[in-house]
Design a protein around this ligand. Structure first.
Ligand SMILES: NC(=O)c1ccc[n+]([C@@H]2O[C@H](COP(=O)([O-])OP(=O)(O)OC[C@H]3O[C@@H](n4cnc5c(N)ncnc54)[C@H](OP(=O)(O)O)[C@@H]3O)[C@@H](O)[C@H]2O)c1
Length: 287
């Protein structure tokens, strides 16, 4: 049985520690958080582990999960290195989507293995998260020993590990991709709903209309990829309709429509006979 220490008893930390304990392959050893109240509550909720009042009270462990907010990871790494509490041969990892394993440079210099491990999942409520986590993709980047250890860890708790490059900028590019996919989908749905309001469609109907079309489109992207899934006036070369859209859109949707329209011309590639004419229409300002 391998052991896990948890630093940062928040939403992700509690959920992952609980999943590790439930796997039967890992045992939660120590829990340290900024406040004793959080670590005590986490310890009670998980039903395992020992609360550490100080970082230096943490016992040796095979894995150390640093589940503090992104802005605190480097400080915790520096404190751990300064205190020299991480045992040789251990694997230290954080769960940030944007930061890479180089946050642990001071620990790596002491011979500790280091990785960044990002489950693409929203841990809003730990009690719900532990029941719905299975199948989650976990992006993994770091030194070879840490990557091997965390591939096993991911699989043991029901995740699907995949490797990211450790090249500079790769981790942040991964995070930018996820942000566009998740956050901008929400923004797009809102812009579409502002536009349906201009068309006089009732909000309940509009929500159903927009979400069901988005779901169908996503299913197409999933099965045949973005190039083949693309439909609509831009790929058809229907510049007159695009011009009418621009005249009808609310102000808030003008710039996003034009910017995404240009990206859509690029995606359409050879399917669009006259891309220059479409770009011109997209750039033309009324009045
Ligand atoms: N939540 C998600 O859906 C999610 C998804 C993927 C990745 N992540 C990543 O997971 C990490 C944790 O996020 P979270 O959402 O779980 O945050 P969170 O709920 O705010 O929890 C963070 C915990 O860290 C503790 N903490 C803060 N500074 C600390 C320090 N210097 N030393 C020790 N403990 C400290 C806090 O302690 P107290 O409670 O004791 O004050 C809190 O319990 C972040 O890197 C985040 O990017 C989160």
């Amino acid at each position: 049985m391998l052991t896990l220490n948890l630093i940062g008893a928040g939403r992700l930390g509690k959920s992952i520690a609980q999943l590790a304990q439930q796997s039967g392959q890992y045992r939660l050893a120590g829990i340290y958080s900024r406040s004793l109240a959080s670590s005590t509550a986490a310890c009670e909720w998980i039903g395992a582990g020992q609360v550490a009042a100080q970082l230096t009270d943490l016992p040796p462990a095979d894995l150390w999960l640093i589940a503090v907010p992104d802005g605190a990871i480097a400080n915790v790494a520096a404190e751990l290195a300064q205190a020299g509490v991480v045992n040789a041969g251990a694997v230290v990892f954080h769960a940030s989507g944007a930061l890479a394993s180089d946050q642990f440079t001071p620990l790596a210099a002491q011979g500790v293995s280091a990785a960044s491990w990002h489950p693409a999942f929203s841990f809003a409520e730990p009690a719900r998260a532990v029941h719905t986590f299975a199948g989650t993709l976990c992006a993994l980047e770091g030194d070879a020993q840490a990557v091997t250890a965390l591939s096993d860890f991911s699989a043991a708790i029901g995740g699907q590990p995949f490797a990211l490059s450790s090249d500079a900028g790769a981790k942040v590019a991964y995070h930018a991709a996820l942000s566009m996919a998740a956050n901008y989908l929400v923004t797009l749905s809102d812009l579409a709903l502002q536009t349906t309001a201009k068309a006089g469609i009732a909000p309940e109907v509009a929500q159903q209309l927009v979400c069901s079309l988005m779901r169908q489109t996503l299913a197409n992207v999933e099965s045949i990829g973005p190039y083949a899934a693309l439909t609509g006036p831009i790929v058809r070369g229907d510049a007159a309709t695009v011009a009418q859209h621009l005249a009808a859109l609310p102000n808030s949707a003008q710039a996003p429509y034009r910017a995404l329209g240009s990206a859509t011309v690029a995606l359409a590639g050879k399917r669009l006979a006259n891309p220059a004419a479409m770009r011109q229409t997209l750039q033309r300002k009324e009045g």
